[in-house]
Design a protein around this ligand. Sequence first.
Ligand code: NAD
Length: 501
Amino acid sequence: MTDTTPDAALRSGTFTTRSPATGEPLTEHPVDGPEQVARAVARARKVQADWAALPAARRRDHLLRWKRALASGLHTVARTISEETGKPVGDAELEVVLTLEHLGWAARHADRVLGRRRVRTGLFTVHQRASLVHRPLGVVGVIGPWNYPCYTPMGSVGYALAAGNAVVLKPSELTPATGVLLAELFDKAVPAYAGLLTTVTGAAATGEALARSGVDKLAFTGSPGTARKVMAVCAETLTPFLAECGGKDAVIVTADADLDDAAAAIVWGALSNAGQTCAGVERVYAVREVHADLCARVVERASALRPGADDDAAYGPMTLPGQISTVERHVTAAVMSGARSLLGGPESVREPYVAPVVLTDVPEDAAAMTEETFGPVVAINAVNDVDEAVARANDSRYALGAAVFCGDRRTGAAIAARLRAGAVSVNSVLGFAAVPALPFGGSQDSGFGRIHGAEGLRAFTSVQSTTVQRFTPPIALTSFEVPAAARERAVRLARSLHLRR
Ligand code: NAD
């Protein structure tokens, strides 16, 4: 009998992706091993030398050409994303639109952020002209996840290219065709630099080969467990590593919040993309006065939504089959430990779909409150006041995104400032993800480092500091020839100045 498991396919030299909705085969891809990965990196390195030597404005123009190619192929890219992930085409289109925004920003701002900048010198260095410049690293390896197969890796790919690097991208084995399409569109739009963005395909072993390939940095997006393994491989060669991992994002709702706005945003943040969003809404802390009212409004909205493959479905199937049992385990354990189910429950899990689940009174130590559920499940717990909400929101080993709903914007921003999350939206959810100038990333199990914004460009550079001596200083302190008396005078002067400042 033929073994048709994904593992068997991944060992056989090629693998076939399948529709998460129907199980139908989609596309076939090579399983790239260390040799193929090394070839891709070597080719990328050759092209990168010329790319880095280009004036920044030429790189910008090339990247904007690629962006226009992506805009013109938007429907094809969205269809590919939708087929591979199962998400509705409309959601996939939104994903491409967000990607275009980020790519355009990275292309247009790279020179301003990274170009040579003069800095002031000090009392004893007035004879120097000091400046710094951010230079590309070389070849950046990018390992991507499947939940946003265009938007997420492009948060590294677009910014790394704009900073003058080449990129070898390993998309998730569930969504390789999206990655391949991005690289094909680049080659077509910018043929003079074909190969600057290359895709290698396969699963963990291909990712590991990329981590071992001598790339100059590895940008990883995925689960914290995998991040630890990839980081350990990178540690062997001191390859710099950036980790964008999972989240357990909390929303705080204050007594004066607009409950309709909050409920609509919570429902979208928790259920869109079947809850498979790193910065999706998983926990809600509402002050007791409004808790019941908020729950009723969330349930009313969520119960009108259902998953499916048809045009009216709000969201699609679970993309990763293995995640379904995690969702089931979290919901079942929560209910067993005393949580009340306001909508759905363990019975909502009907492979490959999970209908919306709204829970309340979930014990804070239940897996549904501590681990990433990554499904269309939201827990809404009551808290006595905002202080308790902040403490509970922060009491997580994840720290990626968060949101605050508050009647007063200023108070909302003050609450946001007390949260440990790397990004916070006030009176919306995921507002930060659509602003390319805002860095994105978390801490602890959510990873480290930032993508997007100026930090996201600098993440793929190394800084070189330069001093150019403009004239010979009257007292050259860094010389064996300076008389002892002159040195003592200089030290006395410095000491008295620092005592006064
Ligand atoms: P995953 O960790 O299973 O896989 C991520 C990538 O790593 C895949 O390409 C996979 O093939 C590769 N990989 C697996 N084992 C490897 C190994 N040993 N060596 C090298 N590469 C290896 O994650 P996933 O299931 O694809 O993605 C879901 C996770 O990603 C969730 O935790 C989600 O929250 C997170 N995520 C985070 C962000 C963010 O920006 N913070 C964005 C999207 C998704």
